[in-house]
Design a protein around this ligand. Structure first.
Ligand code: ADP
Ligand code: MG
Length: 587
């Protein structure tokens, strides 16, 4: 006897909802996507209690006539594709025709919609998948979707949700990503009646970044723009000084779709390589445009992951674009202001705090940023200062060393004020680039006169066995002696002979911490960084003026002079203006 039955429509929709509608933010996402696909220029989102009580998404897009409005709520009803062939060249955000019926199956839903040319609109009320009301209504052109009591009929799902504040956070996050992905659309998000996010919709991405993050963040952004004839990338990257401890502030769009993509993130991070410290990640917002046939969007229920046909090529393009954007800018952090213990008038206090921003780019254009331009967005609701993008593409400043402080920092004079250079960090950078220029030369094995013995733990021995070729490649020749003892017979030529053992153990340790993620190239680089660190001038080392001049000259000639290979700054700047401020020559 057959046991297979066809599920009824409501059950099928609930199953689909299980995949698409995970939490209030997923509803907001699907509804925003529909509004964007409908050609809206304004999208207003309002949530109550993180979206659990109510979600309203209103747009001024194409709207639907009565027939389409009814169809839209049916499963697999879509205006965006007409057959399987179309799946290979998707140019809209939606295409499955699943979102509306899925949402309708797990919430109380009211749809009001009107095409611009129609005099009246259509209203449909549907609860738990059942249509309760349908009829004519008065409404503005566009579509309003009201979703109430999400998961009221699926208590298990409801229980799974986080606290309201966390759900509000998720909603705000997804709205932010779409707002930055579509600068031409004005987005507004209200949470419990309060406007929490607003973008002007003027097409200016930097204005959206200001709305989503802050004027300070926007000020630290560099524009990215590149293409290879078929594909293009554009957007903004945050300077190394505003890197974060995770990847959360990385936003990638592929053909306008917000996606998570590790390979693209890694391409960006490669370009930032040695400019941010280990464990820090760059902030960026990047739009990648490629042929729709190059992207398979039908691989993930919520469509937040895609499969790319030409990953390598896109990675190359992104890495190059970001590297170019970074290369064109002087990235010397300004010295953080020191609190001067004087009595201040309230107005002075404000001014003092204004320039307490620790890492500001120092360039002629940065001064322009200090005086924010008052700016009114089209809706007149919020007034946001929009920074001018510093366009400085000057090279390293011309510096004349004057002396040393604490035998650690070189004091130098430049065209615009005073510069302090960390002698160790600067020398590390110079050596690192020298080593990276000809790695084979510096990692060639050099035999030790007397082998050094090493005692390794069982785990270390195992690791060494696994990756012995990597170590040999880097110039370490190791021989088993017996018991837990090994002999180190040869070390890379660039290592001062006595440091070989220590560096080898450091590398082994690095391996054991990051075991499977490390390639030979990573290891070589780590070796060269360690070599640079060990061979560089130390702090507390007295230098003569000619030595300082030579070091500063070499640093100026480096490709990436502003940070040491670990990502710490090599130089900080006190502008003439700042000095004048501190001595109260100007107020
Ligand atoms: P999909 O977006 O995958 O097509 P949905 O269930 O999200 O599926 O929507 C079904 C259809 O309803 C869409 O194809 C579209 O024609 C219509 N629709 C949904 N939302 C809107 C809207 N905000 N404005 C105009 N049409 C819409
Ligand atoms: Mg949709």
């Amino acid at each position: 006897m057959g046991r297979i039955i066809l599920l009824d429509e409501l059950t099928a929709n609930k199953i689909a909802a299980g995949e698409v509608v995970e939490r209030p933010a997923s509803v907001v996402k699907e509804l925003m996507e529909n509004s964007i696909d409908a050609g809206s220029t304004r999208i207003e989102i309002a949530v109550i209690d993180g979206g659990l009580t109510e979600i309203i998404v209103a747009d001024n897009g194409s709207g639907m006539d009565a027939d389409d409005a009814g169809l839209a709520l049916e499963r697999h009803a879509t205006s965006k594709i007409s057959g399987a062939d179309d799946l290979t060249r998707i140019t809209t955000l939606g295409f499955r025709g699943e979102a509306l019926p899925s949402i309708a199956s797990v919430a109380r839903l009211r749809l009001k919609t009107r095409p611009r040319d129609n005099l009246s609109g259509t209203e449909i009320v549907i609860e738990g998948g059942k249509i309760l009301k349908t009829g004519e209504t008065g409404c503005p052109p566009g579509t309003i979707l009201e979703v109430r009591e999400l998961f009221y009929n699926t208590p298990a799902r409801k229980k799974h949700l986080k606290k309201q504040t966390a759900e509000t956070g998720c909603v705000s996050d997804i709205v932010s990503r779409y707002a930055m992905g579509y600068p031409g659309i004005s987005f507004q998000l209200k949470s419990n009646g309060r406007v929490v996010l607003q973008t002007p919709g003027t097409g200016d991405l930097l204005a959206c970044i200001t709305g989503v993050y802050s004027p300070e963040t926007a000020r630290e952004m560099l524009a990215v723009k590149a293409g290879d004839g078929e594909n293009s990338v554009n957007g903004y990257i945050g300077k190394p000084s505003i890197s974060r401890s995770g990847r959360h502030h990385q936003t990638i769009y592929i053909n306008g779709r917000y996606v998570r993509n590790r390979t693209i993130s890694e391409a960006v991070e490669r370009a930032f390589h040695s400019m941010v410290m280990i464990g820090r990640y760059p902030v960026f917002i990047l739009n990648i445009i490629t042929g729709p046939e190059q992207v398979d969007v039908n691989v993930h229920p919520a469509k937040t992951e895609v499969r790319l046909a030409q990953t390598g090529r896109l990675q190359e393009l992104v890495e190059r674009a970001v590297a170019e954007a970074l290369a064109g800018h002087r990235l010397i952090p300004a010295a953080p202001a020191v609190k001067v213990p004087t009595v201040k008038t309230p107005a002075e206090t404000v001014r003092q705090e204004e320039w307490q921003v620790p890492y500001q780019e120092v360039s002629a254009a940065a001064k322009v940023c200090e005086a924010p331009v008052a700016y009114k967005d089209v809706t007149g609701i919020c007034e946001l200062p929009v920074p001018e993008e510093p366009a400085g593409t000057e090279g390293f400043p011309d510096l004349r060393p004057i002396g040393q402080i604490n035998c650690t920092y070189i004091v130098a004079q430049g065209r615009d004020g005073m510069y302090l250079i960390d002698q160790h960090a600067a020398h590390e950078r110079v050596l690192y680039e020298k080593f990276m220029d000809r790695p084979e030369q510096y990692t060639a094995g050099e035999q030790l006169l007397f082998p050094t013995t090493l005692q390794l733990t069982g785990q270390e021995t195992q690791l060494l066995n696994d990756r012995i070729f990597d170590f040999t490649e880097l110039g370490f020749v190791i021989e088993y002696f017996g018991g837990d003892t090994f002999l180190l017979r040869s070390v890379p030529a660039g290592i001062s002979k006595n440091g070989g053992r220590e560096i080898f153990l450091d590398l082994l340790d690095y391996f054991s911490r990051n075991r499977y993620r490390i390639t030979t190239k990573d290891l070589r680089e780590k070796l060269l960084i360690t070599m640079a660190c060990k061979s560089a001038i130390k702090a507390n080392q007295k230098l003569g003026l000619p030595e300082m001049e030579a070091l500063v000259g070499q640093l100026a000639a480096a490709n990436q002079p502003y940070t040491c290979p670990h990502g710490r700054p090599t130089v900080i700047h006190f502008s003439g203006y700042e000095l004048e401020k501190r001595f109260k020559r100007v107020l």
